[in-house]
Design a protein around this ligand. Structure first.
Ligand code: AMP
Length: 246
């Protein structure tokens, strides 16, 4: 579909059924990125990963990327003000009018509050409030460390593989496009441990926040990506969200 057709479809959805916003919560390495890509394609929603947005900014050495760099390398969260500004600018794009899927945002209570405000404003301007569905992908810490420390990302197409769980057919090459597979700098074991500690302290409280609001379902993130995706779809289906949007 041409971009302007996507935007028209997105606007049409926003006006008719209300936008759908899906949040994936879970520790770093829980499989949010892999599931988010599949789910966004399935639902026909743009996939917005704040981690990817920061990495893109960093690779282009933008002022935003350079400000985020140190925090990312240390496994710390980038300050809320920077993340919120970047996110608000992305979700105000025309392709997000029908909704979007967030991966890695919100990660703090102030970010969740900023999102709630932005959804309220979007609902007022569309005349129909957006629908919010939050899924927490649960994985024990021990498995998180094994997963993150073996993760390989294709520099060309972004496809994710794993040294142990999804080894490339040809060493160092992406199974999908043949591009170079690389480890993320922040997937080094000591940085993973730090990111997990930050997750438990700053992000895990959001699970309770959204559960109390009746918006959250938790799924078991163990098993292969296909099994986790089936659980994700079943959970959304139980909430009345279908493929191709409903
Ligand atoms: P991710 O790819 O989602 O694991 O993000 C990689 C890094 O980007 C994180 O460890 C943080 O330093 C930064 N980051 C991504 N999203 C956020 C966010 N919502 N709030 C603060 N920092 C973030």
């Amino acid at each position: 579909m041409q971009p302007h057709k996507d935007q028209e479809a997105s606007l049409h959805r926003a006006r008719s059924v209300g936008a759908l916003v899906v949040l994936l919560l879970g520790a770093p390495g829980a499989g949010k990125g892999t599931q988010a890509k599949r789910l966004a394609a399935h639902l026909g929603l743009p996939h917005i990963s704040t981690g990817d947005l920061f990495r893109e900014n960093l690779s282009r050495s933008t002022p935003l990327g350079l400000r985020a760099k140190g925090y990312m390398e240390r496994g710390e969260l980038v300050p809320d003000g920077l993340v919120i500004e970047m996110l608000e600018s992305r979700v105000s794009a025309a392709d997000c009018r029908g909704g979007y899927l967030l991966d890695g945002f919100p990660r703090t209570l102030p970010q969740a509050q900023a999102l709630a405000k932005s959804l309220e404003a979007a609902g007022l301007s569309a005349g129909v409030p957006p629908r919010l569905a939050v899924i927490d992908i649960e994985v024990p810490d021990g498995l998180i460390v094994r997963r993150a420390s073996g993760r390989l990302v294709c520099a060309a197409c972004g496809h994710i593989q794993h040294k142990e769980f999804d080894p490339p057919k040809q060493a160092g090459r992406c199974d999908r496009c043949g591009g170079a597979l690389q480890s993320r700098a922040d997937d080094q074991p000591e940085v993973v441990t730090k990111r997990l500690e930050v997750y438990h302290r700053q992000t895990a409280p959001l699970v309770q926040h959204y559960r109390a609001a009746g918006l959250l379902d938790a799924i078991d993130g163990q098993g292969n990506p296909g099994q986790v995706f089936d659980r994700l779809l079943q959970t959304l289906h139980n909430r009345g969200v279908q493929g191709g949007r409903a």
